[in-house]
Design a protein around this ligand. Sequence first.
Ligand SMILES: [Zn+2]
Length: 146
Amino acid sequence: MTNDNTSAAQSCNHCNGPIPEGQINPSKYCHLNCARKAAYHRKTPAQRAEINARSNRRRFEKDLLPHIRSISKATETIEPNTPIARWVVVCLLAERMRAWKLNLAMNYSQVQDALAELAGGYDRLEELEDLTFAVVCKHMEEEAAA
Ligand SMILES: [Zn+2]
């Protein structure tokens, strides 16, 4: 004879953590997040792929699209192949090293096209990339030696 069904010390089916007392309905999970994660793990690989794709799309739209839009439209407001346009390109090249969202956005072809147009051609863009990278490396070496 056991008294398992009267035991109050239930633990979460997902994380094994304690289930907070005082819940009206006996719960198998400690938190809604654990219930969601457990539900995700019960899905088929195809269903998970669909969920992952949806969340990647959401992340892409929220994180990258603003950068892609604004850089792609920069050629409308900044006259390409001018010193100010190249200054903007160098600022973006330097900024991408510490801003991963901008860095990813700058890999998109429409952004690369806009940067090349601003810089005055793909060769000029590559030149600016090399110069920016060299300057940043020099600063890093100086900082490391200090
Ligand atoms: Zn849990």
